[in-house]
Design a protein around this ligand. Structure first.
Ligand SMILES: [Zn+2]
Length: 177
């Protein structure tokens, strides 16, 4: 999405688009930006580097939106820190498996460009980790074939019950639901 993250994420996204989803339409932006790093928590991200994301969302109105990010192993503790909410204003990421983390997307895009019943998630994959990339590919394939938020929640509750519980709790308390 930003900085050099595309090095670990673009190929996954390109592979994902080689076969269409069972239902619906898949749109992929394999590289948003190659260079400057602006955090997606910075409101300027979506109006500058990430403006093509907003253009795509506003014209396609997806009911599912996934961001793929990558992180260095050294930042794992920071991303999954229970205190992240107090430090950055957004909930901590939750590790699913093999260094793949599940989180929400920036409130700016969530609130301004999506219906509340849309599924908006963010995956962080660990840089230079084959295991992480491999599992992320499987996960993206699952999401690709989900037609609603409930479909994905059902998958998560089945395969990762503890993480599902935490993710739903975080989401509800963050948006005051
Ligand atoms: Zn990122």
């Amino acid at each position: 999405m930003h900085g050099d993250e595309w090095r670990d994420t673009s190929e996954l996204l390109l592979n994902l688009s080689t076969t269409p989803p069972e239902n619906g339409t898949l749109a992929v932006i394999p590289i948003v930006d190659n260079g400057e790093y602006v955090s997606t928590l910075d409101k300027r991200y979506y109006t500058t580097l990430g403006s093509r994301i907003i253009d795509a969302v506003d014209s396609l109105h997806p009911n599912t939106y996934v961001e793929l990010h990558s992180y260095s192993a050294a930042n794992l503790a920071k991303l999954t820190d229970d205190n992240r909410i107090n430090k950055t204003g957004v909930p901590a990421y939750i590790e699913l498996k093999d260094g793949v983390l599940l989180g929400s997307v920036a409130p700016y895009i969530r609130l301004k460009h999506f219906q509340m019943d849309a599924l908006c998630i963010s995956f962080e994959i660990q840089k230079n980790s084959e295991r992480s990339i491999h599992f992320a590919a499987k996960l993206l394939d699952v999401v690709k074939n989900c037609v609603s938020r409930d479909d994905f929640i059902e998958y998560l509750e089945d395969k990762f019950p503890l993480q599902a519980k935490k993710a739903i709790e975080n989401y509800k308390s963050f948006y005051g639901l």
